[in-house]
Design a protein around this ligand. Structure first.
Ligand SMILES: Cc1cc2nc3c(=O)[nH]c(=O)nc-3n(C[C@H](O)[C@H](O)[C@H](O)COP(=O)(O)O)c2cc1C
Length: 179
């Protein structure tokens, strides 16, 4: 099905809802040309430097972290309700030991403006170019947050990325609201 260009705010409620529920898939291409998909639940979308920016938080322990450090871009893909198993797989298995695209029968398709591919089976897509990143400094985090989310350290790196393209399938709302 053809994907229609969208404004980055067109599906914002859907993206944030799915991200906070089962997660959305961040895809980055490795230096060897192989893409890896990782589930993210934490992200924000807004305006910084006069540009539409998505921030994603990635822990150093993730395979994705090493790939992102070299790649400089990524895509964010909202998957349909009937692919929850793939989203769960990508959030519990590492690309270090798995080819998640092959195992979950997902298709890497060329992006429009960045090198990292999208997942063809997704229903909403953002293409993102990293402009800035910083690490969460533990000394300024509120104690309860530090205790709840960072008992082992592994503090997230925050990637601030410009949304350079956004597009979606026609029937997004029906396909993400399944059981
Ligand atoms: C619902 C859900 C949301 C998640 N959100 C994040 C996140 O925002 N940042 C992060 O670093 N890990 C997050 N994770 C964990 C990673 O997806 C998981 O560790 C994954 O196996 C890492 O894959 P990789 O090693 O191939 O990069 C999440 C997992 C799930 C199930």
């Amino acid at each position: 099905m053809a994907k229609r260009e969208a404004h980055y705010t067109d599906y914002l409620p859907e993206i944030l809802e799915v991200a906070s529920r089962e997660g959305v898939l961040l895809v980055v291409e490795g230096a060897d040309g192989r893409p890896n998909a990782m589930t993210i639940g934490w992200c924000t979308v807004g305006v910084i430097w006069g540009k539409p920016i998505l921030t994603a938080l990635v822990r150093p322990s993730r395979h994705t972290y090493g790939l992102l450090e070299k790649a400089g871009d990524f895509t964010v893909n909202v998957m349909p309700a009937d692919m929850k198993e793939a989203v769960n797989f990508c959030g519990t298995k590492s690309g270090r030991g798995h080819d998640k695209f092959a195992e979950m029968k997902m298709t890497a398709a060329p992006s429009r403006a960045v090198a990292s591919p999208i997942i063809a089976e997704g229903v909403i897509h953002y293409e993102c170019r990293v402009l800035y990143k910083n690490d969460l400094p533990d000394d300024v985090l509120e104690g309860p947050i530090r205790d709840a989310f960072y008992p082992q350290g592994d503090y997230h790196r925050i990637y601030y990325a410009e949304i350079v393209a956004a597009y979606a399938d026609e029937d997004v709302r029906e396909r993400i609201s399944g059981p």
